[in-house]
Design a protein around this ligand. Structure first.
Ligand code: PRP
Ligand code: URA
Length: 209
């Protein structure tokens, strides 16, 4: 699939299997999501630009690599996206964090926007839009639209589990958006849930059901 990267490192697959298990509680679910987000961050950031700087080690001067180019913003889609922020921020401590609040109407399955707060210089930043679940793709597509309205030019979508339908929906409107996922599951069920999936990510993360 074009512009889709499956980050299926063994550690990620192992941790994801524990998250999927219905008997895994919120504490472990939260910790595992943080760890996977960090591991996925390694792949997601692999094309960041570097420049040479001169530094001095205790032995001598040398030319060394340092990050250059665009600064990063991490933007979780509330609520469940919050669970992926800490892992990525620990890799990229200089990143700013914006928030987009969307929930999926249980009847229509359409996303409803209720919050948006982004870094003031969002148009200059490379954006990592994060949400564990990409189901119908409605929430991600609405979030990308919103970010583009605010001037965002460079967006990568980072999900834990995606349905093929969700990937197709995002790429129908935004074919150039790069999507990073840990797993592509079989399909959506009649309620718009990913199967086999892991259930409702927000509820499992925050213990609300
Ligand atoms: C979940 C999930 C995504 C969305 C995916 O959020 O975190 O944002 O559903 O579904 P979609 O691809 O069909 O739009 P939900 O709406 O349950 O809100 P929550 O995070 O507040 O629980
Ligand atoms: N949102 C979730 O949290 N899980 C799904 O399977 C689909 C949407």
């Amino acid at each position: 699939m074009k512009n889709v990267t499956v980050t299926d490192h063994p550690l990620i697959q192992h941790k994801l299997s524990i998250m999927r298990d219905k008997d895994t509680g919120s504490k472990d679910f939260r910790e595992l999501l943080t760890e996977i987000a960090m591991l996925m961050g390694y792949e997601v950031t692999k094309d960041l630009n570097l420049k040479d700087i001169e530094i001095e080690t205790p032995m001598r001067k040398m030319k060394a690599k340092t990050l250059s180019g665009k600064k990063i913003a991490i933007v979780p889609i509330l609520r469940a996206g919050i669970g992926m922020v800490d892992g990525l921020v620990s890799l990229i401590p200089a990143a700013k964090v914006g928030h987009v609040g969307l929930y999926r109407d249980p009847e229509t399955l359409k996303p409803v926007e209720y919050y948006c707060k982004l870094p003031a210089d969002i148009e200059e930043r490379e954006i990592l839009l994060v949400d564990p679940m990409l189901a119908t793709g409605g929430s991600a597509t609405a979030a990308i639209e919103l970010l583009k309205e605010k001037g965002a030019k460079n967006i990568k979508l980072v999900n834990l589990v995606a349905a093929p339908e969700g990937i197709e929906e995002v790429h129908k409107y935004f074919p150039d958006i790069e999507i990073f996922v840990a797993a592509i599951d079989e399909k959506l069920n009649e309620h718009g849930y990913i199967v086999p999936g892991l259930g409702d990510a927000g509820d499992r993360l925050f213990g609300t059901k």
